[in-house]
Ligand binder design. Sequence first.
Ligand SMILES: C[S@@+](CC[C@H](N)C(=O)[O-])C[C@H]1O[C@@H](n2cnc3c(N)ncnc32)[C@H](O)[C@@H]1O
Length: 226
Amino acid sequence: MPAAPAPAPAAATDLADYYRRRAAYYERVYHKPERQADLRAMEAWLAEAFTGRRVLELACGTGWWTPHGAARAAHWLATDLNPETMALARLKALPPTVEFAVIDAHGLDGLAGRSFDAAFAGCWWSHIPLARLPGWIDKLHRQLQPGARVVVLDNRFVQTSNLPITRRDAEGNTYQTRSLDDGSVHEVLKNFPTADGLRRLLARRASGFEWTAWTHYWAASWRVAA
Ligand SMILES: C[S@@+](CC[C@H](N)C(=O)[O-])C[C@H]1O[C@@H](n2cnc3c(N)ncnc32)[C@H](O)[C@@H]1O
């Protein structure tokens, strides 16, 4: 008998709403056995990346990366649009240098008077529509000092560990159909970029571009052009 087709999403998913509803069990994704070796390596790598820096973290969610990134930072502002995800992040063992704020990672309003020499975003890049990426990078860079270090990390597509891609739109964005524990079904924009794609985007905007690939994740790092 042919397999039943996946249920269709009810409507275009609002990303923040989807993650708010998923917050209580979001970190299951970090308990997948096949990702554990990558995660330990990345956590150690992240702790080195921000030593002595004043860091803006975007879309921190439940704060999986926050204690690692903030371990040696001078100051760390963890932000997300959802107070519900940040409420869980606040429960983590965090250095006293960590502060939280509700900030829209697209608008980046509410940061006036703050000074950052680094930025970090975990698993956020993949949710930015391709057409918005150049403008988003420029907006982020305007919040940072010249020469600031930026680190983003995200998922690589591994067929045995990721949900399948169910659609590609005219601009090249890819989508997954995801179900929540409440039975609701959501179509979520999730892109899987290449090193060359990022390098091209950052060519005139940054220096010192570096790409690191683990089995299940990638990370990119660069310095804001002076
Ligand atoms: C895939 S999760 C990443 C969470 C965390 N950084 C991690 O890597 O585990 C995406 C996060 O983006 C947040 N989010 C969605 N839309 C947002 C927006 N416009 N501004 C800021 N955060 C947003 C969600 O609340 C969620 O916490």
